[in-house]
Write a protein that binds this ligand. Structure first.
Ligand SMILES: Cc1ncc(COP(=O)(O)O)c(C=O)c1O
Ligand SMILES: N[C@@H](CCCC[NH3+])C(=O)O
Length: 427
């Protein structure tokens, strides 16, 4: 984040100028910061002298322009739906560098992925093995796969975004022996080429313990199965700073620890060092994203609290309502002014839980002021909805003093365009 002369700058431009040009509510990404994060991650791997891939988790933010950045930075990505796959394809991103994750990929989704020669399918369950067999035998094709393991490791994060515990819908359960059964099926398949093991323990993680346990477990599992993996994929999950209470571990430290843990485990269990893959989403795009809103009405409840309402809300960022997520905001063109009040920032949606920032210190405000919420780049736009039939905001990429519209604001025509007239008695 850069503040100069009382102004928040994003990608070398004052946020207020960007908002004036593209209106609010608006998502703005500092593309230079995305590139910097990716490059730092690559450097961290290179310092460990290991073979690696960084596979950006599309679910954090999946739009065509994002894949252009990933392609330019030469990293991989994963997708979890036909929609993310279609976005990757629209961007012309090389499908060989794409992995397909997800616990209920459909026949059609898998067929499309296979038709377009997707690099890797991350097999999640027994039904998927059957679907893959059916599709691949009909096409007489082979497919590289990883196997997703549910490792029974809990990450210390919000229950809704913790995925590695045994009681999870994702992956093959290791503890009950189902993972070994799946391994045997995949190894026996003439169409599936198992390249390695995958697991993901959760998101917004602030401690390294889970990753070292996971690295050890995946490598030990491979060794127990007498399997030499080409790849060990440890998923994503690196935590980021949303507000002053958050003290995340630098991405480079996570990567250092992951590499050290895999190296140690490979030595201990006597397998050759595999390629190390990670799937970060939030840590790549989260800190680079800003939501800009115009302040509207205000309600002061004596002795209780003050609400400031803005022109967006839970439709463009559901995370506070869904996970009690905490963010930090500032006035984009009065960024240096001292705080004079503590307010709750509410959205315009017809829902009491429609809050964007629970407690925010701000200078004095008036209707029309521009509010920027920080670090909204991950799981904000990608989880946006049309609740209350509000249009989803536009998305702008800013870099080197240039701002470019990369996703249009939805219009009222977009909001209603799928609705058909219903007349009783007529077909
Ligand atoms: C399988 C998998 N990989 C990667 C990610 C990305 O996680 P994050 O955005 O926390 O890096 C997720 C989401 O939690 C996931 O489920
Ligand atoms: N949507 C979650 C993270 C993704 C969890 C899915 N694996 C969030 O906003 O924090």
């Amino acid at each position: 984040m850069q503040i100069q002369n009382n102004q928040l700058y994003i990608g070398g431009l004052p946020a207020s100028e960007i908002a004036k040009r593209f209106q609010t509510p608006l998502y703005v990404y500092d593309v230079g910061q995305i590139r910097k994060t990716i490059r730092e991650m690559k450097e961290a791997f290179q310092a460990e002298n290991v073979a690696y891939e960084i596979s950006y988790a599309s679910k954090a933010f999946s739009v065509v322009a994002m894949y252009d950045v990933l392609a330019a930075e030469k990293i991989h990505c994963d997708v979890v739906s036909g929609g993310e796959l279609a976005t990757v394809m629209k961007a012309g991103f090389p499908l060989q560098k794409v992995a397909f994750n997800g616990n209920n990929k459909s026949f059609d989704e898998l067929s499309t992925a296979i038709d377009h020669h997707i690099g890797t399918v991350i097999v999640d369950n027994f039904h998927e093995i059957e679907l893959l067999e059916e599709i691949l035998s009909a096409k007489n094709q082979m497919q590289d796969v990883l196997m997703r393991i549910s490792p029974g490791i809990s990450a210390h994060t919000h229950e809704f975004i913790s995925t590695g515990q045994q009681d999870s819908k994702f992956g093959f359960d290791l503890i009950s022996g189902q993972a070994k059964q799946a391994f045997d099926l995949i190894m026996a398949s003439p169409h599936l080429h198992l390249r390695g093991l995958h697991a993901h323990i959760g998101s917004q993680i602030f401690e390294t313990n889970g990753y070292s346990k996971l690295a050890d477990l995946l490598v030990k599992t491979a060794s127990d199965w007498h399997f030499q993996p080409d790849i060990i994929d440890l998923g994503g999950g690196f935590g980021i700073k949303y507000n002053e209470k958050d003290d995340p571990i630098p991405n480079s430290d996570f990567i250092h620890l992951i590499c050290q843990s895999v190296k140690q485990a490979a030595k201990a269990y006597n397998i050759q060092l595999p390629e190390i893959w990670i799937e970060p989403g939030r840590s790549i795009v989260g800190p680079a994203g800003y939501s800009l809103y115009t302040i509207g009405g205000r309600k002061d409840i004596p002795g209780i609290r003050s609400y400031l309402s803005v022109d967006g809300g839970m439709g463009d960022n559901i995370r506070p309502a869904l996970y009690q997520a905490e963010y930090e905001a500032l006035l984009a063109d009065q960024a240096d002014l001292p705080s004079e009040q503590v307010v709750r920032i509410a959205g315009k949606y017809c829902e009491s839980g429609d809050v964007l920032v629970w407690q925010q210190k701000l200078p004095k405000t008036k209707p029309g002021d521009l509010l920027a919420i920080l670090a909204t780049g991950a799981y904000g736009y990608s989880m946006a909805s049309n609740y209350n039939r509000n249009p989803r905001p536009a998305v702008v990429f800013a870099e080197n003093g240039q701002a470019k519209l990369v996703v249009k604001r939805e219009s009222m025509a977009d909001i209603t365009h799928l609705d058909l007239d219903y007349e009783v008695g007529n077909d």
